[in-house]
Design a protein around this ligand. Sequence first.
Ligand code: IPE
Length: 264
Amino acid sequence: MQVVKLGGSVITNKGAAGSRRGAGARFLPGVARRLLREVRDSREEVILVTGAGSFGHVLADRFGLKDGFREDRQWDGYCLVSRDVRRLNLMVLDEALRLGMRPVSIPPSVAVLQAEGRIHYIDEGSFRRYLANRLMPVTFGDVALDLGRRRFSICSGDALVAHLSRLFNAERAVFVSDVDGILVGERRSLARELSPPDLERIAPPGGAGGKDVTGGIRAKARLSLGLAASGTETVILNGRRRGRLADALRGGSPVGTWFRRPGR
Ligand code: IPE
């Protein structure tokens, strides 16, 4: 079993100027379709996670949703963001259905409960039963209810990848982004493999950028190192390059930043 996240930077115009206001958010169906085809043709068992990109981060930032409840009008933002990321997720589903896949959407705003910003509960049974019936669960970066003082928080796609990979003992987790991987050192060279001592050498990302309320590249590296340590090989790769996702799913070593399991 493998967990694949199609990052918001690759399936939406996350970094574009037009996306600064939530209204300018655009889905990139062509890229999504090709990546989904790579998943389909690999014939691997996959849980898919979609990022929010310009459909989530802009309004989440404007309503200050990251740190939870402060004032009542934030619930308006909560509803808008939950609608927008679900819309994006359904557009991905449309493409998958056209390709003859069997995707089923599982929205974290109903299937997840958080505690102080971290996943506390996830409706694991639904994922398990859909997989047993050979359907592909598709979940996504979303807002979710929080049992702590925050009342609500952001449930990022990255956190979902980590949580689901551990629950299902995933062989591999693939983060599909719009950059080749993580750059390190003054010369900003691509790290083909990353281990804990490299964390300090990480350079700022060279990708499209755009608003991001869920932590950036260092957080992603830390989370990936944790995943590898708990037995899930993890890679961050460029989804704008044809075939890299397919290659990773088949057990190859395409260009990307790899986080290997200890002892490999
Ligand atoms: C963020 O999800 C969810 C919201 C902002 C509501 P992600 O953090 O997984 O999205 P991307 O992939 O970085 O765009």
